[in-house]
Design a protein around this ligand. Structure first.
Ligand SMILES: *[C@@H]1O[C@H](CO)[C@@H](O)[C@H](O)[C@H]1NC(C)=O
Ligand SMILES: *[C@@H]1O[C@H](CO)[C@@H](O)[C@H](O)[C@H]1NC(C)=O
Length: 352
């Protein structure tokens, strides 16, 4: 599957000639990132094609769970993105575009299948978001098993991070100096000059990928979801954009859906997926809707890394990115394989 997608990526035309990505038909699945993430696209698409009883919500769960099991590029599921204490915690959210119901977990500890726990929140509570150890307790009540989310690989990455004086590092305005030293840290009096843009610095660009997926059932019903293990070497307790409705993903089956990845700490301040779906509602194409959402962030944070995929209810799709070359994967209609689209970054200069 990976080999097929690489071939497709190689033969893909430059995106400029493909800016109108028309729908290949329904059912349809789209998600952030190509490469190993195409296994998720295929799993979700094939589930929709092969069984009449698989819903759009099921497909999103199946797709995201594929990355949680095989770890995709290490940024989803167990054994990735250790925090300062070397622990891996998971964030996930799933949303039903028909009812607008959503379920999410954040900072989930010791349970591997975050997207399935998020779905249990959707179906078995009237809430939208459970966090931390108490989300773990809820998961166990719902039949999930507690497991160690650390692996030899995540332990090694964390030890290497400590050996390089805990660089890169998300702390600011603390002592000892977080750009040269490990903690424990104490807060410093706030210096206005240091405050405003420090978080825009990107400590380790490739560390915050995420799978965000939108699925459209042949009936037209839509769902969206996100699963991630967050940012590497984050401050323990940190929750990113993944489990936030309208940020990590969003869907309104009357209009379309969106999935996001990138600097979640910043992106969650802009609700880019809510923005993109509202842009669709107001008549923009998927590409225009995505570009507008990314530009809103770029205007304030010129160094932000972001990538968002947008699809309307017919399956026409588009994307936009900043700070990195983004890829996304999709498969729909009668496509024999998942296609990967490369999206060059918009730059802050485009805003001048
Ligand atoms: C979890 O796995 C890691 C890596 O194999 C190991 O170092 C650690 O001791 C384990 N933790 C527990 C609580 O079993
Ligand atoms: C899919 O595969 C079939 C049989 O191998 C082939 O005839 C068809 O052209 C392929 N369709 C696409 C869209 O590649």
């Amino acid at each position: 599957m990976v080999r097929e997608s690489i071939l497709l990526a190689l033969v893909a035309l430059p995106t400029s000639t493909l800016s109108l990505h028309t729908s290949p038909g329904l059912p349809f699945v789209i998600n952030t990132w190509g490469g190993p993430f195409t296994a998720a696209t295929d799993a979700a698409y094939l589930a929709l094609i092969n069984s009449a009883t698989v819903s759009a919500l099921d497909a999103v769960e199946i797709g995201c769970a594929t990355c949680e099991r095989n770890q995709c590029d290490g940024t989803v599921g167990f054994g990735g993105s250790p925090d300062e204490s070397c622990e891996t915690t998971l964030d996930a959210m799933i949303m039903d575009g028909t009812t607008m119901k959503s379920g999410a977990v954040a900072g989930l500890r010791r349970v591997k299948h975050a997207i399935a726990v998020a779905r249990a929140v959707l179906h078995h509570t009237r809430h939208s978001l459970l966090v931390g150890d108490l989300a773990t307790q809820f998961a166990v009540e719902n039949g999930f098993v507690e497991e160690n989310l650390s692996t030899e690989e995540s332990k090694r990455r964390c030890e290497e991070w400590r050996a390089r004086n805990c660089q890169a590092n998300y702390r600011m305005n603390v002592e000892p100096d977080p750009s040269t030293s490990c903690g424990p840290y104490k807060p410093l009096p706030l210096d206005q000059s240091a405050l405003a843009w420090a978080v825009a610095q990107n400590p380790e660009p490739p560390s915050h990928d995420t799978i965000s997926m939108v699925a459209i059932h042949s009936s037209g019903a839509m769902a969206a979801g996100t699963s991630t293990n967050g940012a590497s070497f984050k401050v323990p307790g940190r929750v990113g954009d993944g489990p936030i409705v309208g940020s990590g993903s969003y869907v309104d089956g009357d209009v379309g859906g969106c999935g996001a990845t990138g600097d979640g700490d910043i992106m969650m301040r802009f609700l880019p997926c809510y923005q993109a779906v509202e842009n669709l509602r107001r008549g923009m194409s998927p590409t225009e809707a995505a570009e507008d959402a990314v530009r809103r962030m770029l205007r304030k944070y010129p160094d932000i890394s972001s990538g968002i995929v947008v699809v309307n209810k017919k399956g026409d799709h588009g994307a936009a990115a900043s700070g990195w070359t983004f890829t996304y994967a999709y498969r729909g209609g009668e496509m024999n394989a998942t296609a990967v689209v490369t999206v060059p970054p918009l730059t802050a200069k485009d805003e001048l």
